[in-house]
Design a protein around this ligand. Sequence first.
Ligand code: 1PR
Length: 578
Amino acid sequence: MEATLFRSSSPLFLSNSNERISRKNLTFKSKNNSVIRASANGGNNSVVTLLDYGAGNVRSVRNAIRYLGFEIKDVQTPTDILNADRLIFPGVGAFAAAMDVLNQKGMAEALCSYIKDDRPFLGICLGLQLLFESSEENGPVRGLGLIPGVVGRFDSSSGIRVPHIGWNALQVKKGSGILDDVAGQHVYFVHSYRAMPSDANEDWISATCNYGENFIASIRKGNIHAVQFHPEKSGVVGLAILERFLHSRSSLVKMKRETKRKASKLAKRVIACLDVRTNDTGDLVVTKGDQLDVAIRSKLAEVRNLGKPVELAGQYYKDGADEVSFLNITGFRDFPLGDLPMLQVLTYTSENVFVPLTVGGGIRDFTDGKGRHYSSLEVASEYFRSGADKVSIGSDAVYAAEAYLRTGVKTGKSSLEQISRVYGNQAVVVSIDPRRLYVNNPEDVEFKAIQVTNLGPNGEKYAWYQCTVNGGREGRAIGAYELAKAVEELGAGEILLNCIDCDGQGNGFDIDLVKLVSDAVTIPVIASSGAGAVEHFSEVFAKTNASAALAAGIFHRKEVPIQSVKEHLLIEGIEARM
Ligand code: 1PR
């Protein structure tokens, strides 16, 4: 997409570019867990060779490498692989597409030769899977065949949610090299396929992870390393792993652990959300309404300004947020690539924030004033290129689900389907903005109505949850339950479940709604809207199948620190990443 999309000369750009977070500020302190210093090692002329075959977003890996003080040389030809001193292969996209590119460019052979020569290699995610004999992803498809085994899909019939998204614990073997020291820590995974341990590949395995079953989390033989998780998204633990590989020695990124509690399973995620829009003077600010208050203005008729997006995101990362979400809340009416420097916000944030970033708002096809057409895929691609790991689709997903339920046909043309096809369903979140509508009888509506905990104003015992579009402005003839099931079929990898009635109220999540939706789908559900105290997080995790809980107001107003939420979860026996 052309650079002209950026209003680089605008005051918006200038004001936000000043938000960059300096490296020296990145000292992390967590009360009961760790004092962590991410001592970025500038001034080092070392070069790392990166195999980016252009199938997806490797910006985060680039950012992490640069953050650690290394320069990047991109592989252009097979010879670049053979000449590398150390090679990182952050596989992205689908297995078959990656193998096609590697074969066509003659890189598969060079890679095999490089690895067989025991030269320093780090594969990430698909970069691990491709080393195996084959994958069942759209296959069977042959891999590089260096490690015995077939890569298969997680089995959701056993009750686990697929994709496997989130922070899970590693069981590290002795002599794992770059993973020494990280046993008992959480690292960030996002994948639907995995390689399984067997007698034939046992000598390769350096760590496993449990998600319904034990799968291979990392391999190591000599100088060859590959990890299924994303070190570039695993906070300081991930940076330390990367740095060990880059330096071939112990890490400068300090992880001094004082915790008595070791990670044992997939953690429930705590997500900080930033609703972003331009204020009256044209600056991008973080704001927060109540019940999707469409005006989002204070008594002085000004947009509520709760801070600068890049700065706040950096703060939440330091505070221990497991993910950060940006919602461009006026994206439905403004064209996000043309009117707002959201791309710069992502760019700057991703340079210093090493946990997953989601961006939403305005992801749809758009024709600008000059008649130039942008597909939703182009909009999403630009967000990914700028540093987003996931995109969140609101209104457009409602229209796609309505059409699908009406016709029973998957056209493949909706933004949800297109983005999911190209980037994988783990990269697509659907954001739902339902409102509670009470009824006397569940049969009164054609949508799923449930008995609710709090009776309606006229004593009604039942309610259905009506989906809305355009930031809650328009109700649609589809319920949250029906929408959730439809978008899962269309390719959503995760659901961000807001609730207009609870948004900004601080009275807790809508447990009835979260239970309804999280029981209806097999993809992860993020509970959102209404967090006002640490107990609300433990309640939603104890009473529903939510995989994550998101909050905005309490974090922005500094009423509840993220660490307090985590500590409370641990006290309540709920796994959390510290
Ligand atoms: O329809 O694809 O353009 O996406 C628009 C996105 O912007 C949707 O995800 C929609 O939820 C969001 N949005 C639109 N208008 C508003 C608004 O507030 N006026 N924000 C809005 C929705 C929900 C969360 C909020 C949680 C937690 N806000 O972002 O952060 O409810 O809040 P709390 O912890 O303070 O209760 P499209």
